[in-house]
Design a protein around this ligand. Sequence first.
Ligand SMILES: CC(C)(COP(=O)(O)OP(=O)(O)OC[C@H]1O[C@@H](n2cnc3c(N)ncnc32)[C@H](O)[C@@H]1OP(=O)(O)O)[C@@H](O)C(=O)NCCC(=O)NCCS
Length: 170
Amino acid sequence: MSDTAIRHAESADISALLDIYNHYVLHTPITFDIEPRTRAQRQEWLDQFRSSGRYQCFVAAQGGKVIGWACSTRFKEREAYATSVETSVYCVPDHTGRGLGRQLYARLFEALQAEDIHRAYGGITLPNGASVALHERMGFRHIGTYREVGRKFGRFWDVALFERPVAALG
Ligand SMILES: CC(C)(COP(=O)(O)OP(=O)(O)OC[C@H]1O[C@@H](n2cnc3c(N)ncnc32)[C@H](O)[C@@H]1OP(=O)(O)O)[C@@H](O)C(=O)NCCC(=O)NCCS
């Protein structure tokens, strides 16, 4: 992993970000999007991020190729929720289980600690052993589970909710 660079996402990353995400849209229940995102939709998503502030996106690149990303997005629209973010992290399938998710989340949370954010939340479609382990490892705590909250591939799926303080962890 020593040749892996973690940096803020840039406009030029759009194709890689789209490809990684759409792989999981099409083949897994990890995200509840069902139709692949278009480039325009993913561009709009990418446009929400800045190099500082509550909403940031980091990519991991190896030899110029983006192999994963982690980002923070608005948790809910109503104003008082602004101090909470939702975080997510995706690695390309052949780069999982090698510490990349941990590296991406560590960089994201390092950046978020400088911001006015109190809580971070992650929602994990079950089962997903790698994501549960990563969230627990990164200081998240399981706070509940929505039962059969979404239907994809003709069946219902549970989503486990994970929460962690942002400022309080060093
Ligand atoms: C979930 C994901 C981001 C984790 O990243 P990763 O690079 O594979 O995980 P890491 O190698 O950094 O490992 C993080 C922890 O999970 C554990 N872990 C990794 N893969 C695991 C698996 N398949 N089952 C159980 N634990 C696993 C590791 O041992 C490590 O724990 P430790 O630090 O206590 O030893 C990655 O697997 C991924 O992109 N999966 C598909 C997309 C996804 O599920 N995204 C999350 C949506 S909620």
